[in-house]
Design a protein around this ligand. Structure first.
Ligand code: ADP
Length: 421
C-alpha cells in the first residue's frame, strides 16, 4: 500500500471527510462520512463515529505507518461543553445557532472592542458563555478541539482560527480579560496555538485508531480557512473566489485587515493573514431564475466577449455587506431582456463586477493587490464566466489543487512541520 505522511480531518456542515497526503504534498486518498440528517450533524457521538469510519476507510487502502502528523478543521464557531472526562455536557451549539440568551449577546456588545469578531447575534463567544454555565462543565471547546481529543490528544488545545470568534486576542496571543467581564470563565477555555503548530505525539487513543507511534497532533483550523488552503493558495496576493450560493473573495495578506462594518476580519495562518468578504450576491440569485439543466444548456451559448451593456447588481432582496456596506442597497435586475441567455449573461457580468470590486475593496482596506485567482464552487465550472472574470480582473487564473477542506488541513500539517521544525 502507498504511504501517507499527513492526515487531515474535516468536520464540515454536511459530513466528516478525511484526506491523506504523500511526502510531496499530493493527495493520496479521501474518505467521506455524510451526516444522515440534521440531528446527526450536531451529535458529537456521530462526529466521532464519522472520524473513525473515515480513518478506517483510508487505512484500508493506504499505509499509516509513515504518518507524521494529523490535524482537524471544524465548522467555525461550533462549541460544546465537556465534563472532567471530556464527555459532552448538554447540547452542542452549532456555528449558525443564535445564542439562546440575548442578555449575553448584549453584554458582549457593551464590553468587546469595536471591531471584534466575537460581536453579533451569532457570536461564538456568546454560545460559549451560555453553554459554560451548566452544572459539571469543566471546559468549553470548539468542534475541532474536541475531535483532536478524541484522536488521543491529552491536553485541551485549540488554534487561533477557531478561537478568533470566541474572542481570542491575536496580538497579545492570549484570551483577553474582557471575556471575564462578559461572563466567560477563561479557565474553562483551551490553550491556543498557531494554526498548524505541532502539539504532542499520539496517545493510546490515537494508536487505537491506527496512528503510528510518534505521529504528532497539530493545531488545526476552521473549515473556511481549510478550504482556502486546499486550493494551494498560500503566497501574499493569492486570491480565492468562491462562486457557490454566495460570492466570497479571500486573499492572503502580509498584514491583517479588519473592518467589521464590511464583515471582514483576518485569520493568521503560518506567515500570512487570510482576509475575505462575502457579498449577498452569488449563485443563489442565478438559481432563483434558472434550474441546473437550464444553466447547463445555456452555458456553452454565452458570448463572454460581447458584453450585454446591462449593469446589473444581482441580489434577491435589498441589502449588501461587502464590497459595499449598505443594509438598504438595491438589487438591480432590470430591464429584463426577452432573451434569457442575455439575462443570464448580464447576471454573470454583474457578479463579475462585484468580484472585481471585492478584491479592490480588500486592497483599499490595507490588503495586497490580488495577483492570482483560484476559483471554487459551482460557478467555477462555467468557462464563459471564467473568461469574463479573467478579462475583468487581469491577473492569472490558476487551477485549484483540491476543493476538499480536509486536503487543506492535511497540507497545514506539512506546512506546520516545516514552519516549526
Ligand atoms: P454551495 O455554496 O451551495 O455549496 P455550490 O458550490 O454547489 O454551492 O454551487 C452551486 C451554485 O453554482 C448554484 O447556486 C448555481 O447558481 C451555480 N452554478 C451552477 N452551474 C452554473 C453555471 N453553469 N454557471 C454559473 N453558475 C452556476
Amino acid at each position: 500500500a502507498r504511504s501517507a505522511i499527513a492526515l487531515g480531518i474535516d468536520l464540515g456542515t454536511s459530513g466528516v471527510r478525511a484526506a491523506a497526503l504523500a511526502t510531496d504534498g499530493s493527495p493520496l486518498g479521501m474518505a467521506a462520512f455524510p451526516f444522515p440528517d440534521a440531528a446527526a450533524a450536531r451529535s458529537p457521538a456521530v462526529w466521532r463515529r464519522g472520524v473513525e469510519a473515515c480513518l478506517a476507510e483510508l487505512s484500508s487502502h493506504l499505509s499509516f505507518d509513515s504518518v507524521e502528523g494529523i490535524a482537524v478543521d471544524g465548522t467555525s464557531g461550533t462549541v460544546l461543553a465537556v465534563d472532567a472526562a471530556g464527555a459532552p455536557v448538554g447540547d452542542v451549539l452549532m456555528y449558525n445557532d443564535p445564542c439562546p440568551d440575548s442578555a449575553v449577546v448584549e453584554r458582549i456588545a457593551q464590553r468587546a472592542p469595536p471591531d471584534n469578531p466575537a460581536r453579533g447575534s451569532t457570536s461564538a463567544l456568546a454560545r460559549a458563555i451560555h453553554i459554560s454555565r451548566q452544572p459539571g462543565v469543566k471546559a468549553v471547546l470548539h468542534q475541532a478541539d474536541w475531535i483532536l481529543m478524541q484522536l488521543g490528544l491529552a491536553e485541551r488545545a485549540s488554534d487561533e482560527n477557531n478561537a478568533l470568534k470566541t474572542g481570542y486576542d491575536l496580538t497579545a496571543e492570549t484570551w483577553p480579560d474582557w471575556l471575564e467581564a462578559c461572563g466567560m470563565d477563561i479557565a474553562l477555555l483551551p490553550a491556543v496555538r498557531r494554526a498548524g503548530a505541532p502539539l504532542s505525539v499520539t496517545g493510546a487513543a490515537g494508536r487505537a485508531l491506527g496512528l503510528p507511534f510518534g505521529c504528532r497532533y497539530h493545531a488545526g483550523t476552521t473549515d473556511g480557512c481549510a478550504s482556502f488552503l486546499a486550493t494551494g493558495a498560500s503566497a501574499v496576493g493569492d486570491g480565492v473566489t468562491a462562486l457557490g450560493s454566495t460570492l466570497v473573495v479571500k486573499v492572503a495578506s502580509a498584514r491583517p485587515i479588519d473592518a467589521a462594518d464590511y464583515g471582514i476580519y483576518s485569520h493568521r495562518i503560518l506567515d500570512f493573514w487570510l482576509a475575505g468578504g462575502a457579498s449577498n450576491s452569488g449563485g443563489a440569485v442565478i438559481r432563483h431564475f434558472f434550474d441546473g439543466a437550464r444553466l447547463k444548456a445555456m452555458t456553452p451559448l454565452l458570448r463572454p466577449d460581447e458584453p450585454t451593456g446591462l449593469f446589473y447588481y444581482p441580489l434577491l432582496k435589498p441589502g449588501e455587506r461587502f464590497p459595499t456596506n449598505d443594509p438598504a442597497y438595491s438589487p438591480l435586475l432590470e430591464p429584463r431582456p426577452a432573451d434569457d441567455l442575455v439575462f443570464f449573461q448580464a447576471l454573470l457580468e454583474g457578479m463579475t463586477a462585484i468580484e472585481k470590486s471585492g478584491y479592490d475593496r480588500l486592497a483599499d482596506l490595507g490588503g495586497p493587490p490580488v495577483r492570482s485567482v483560484r476559483t471554487v464552487g459551482g460557478g467555477a465550472a462555467n468557462p464563459a464566466w471564467t473568461r469574463m472574470r479573467e478579462k475583468a480582473l487581469g491577473v492569472p487564473f490558476l487551477p485549484s489543487r483540491s476543493a476538499e477542506a480536509a486536503v487543506g488541513t492535511a497540507s497545514l500539517v506539512l506546512a506546520g512541520k516545516a514552519r516549526w521544525p
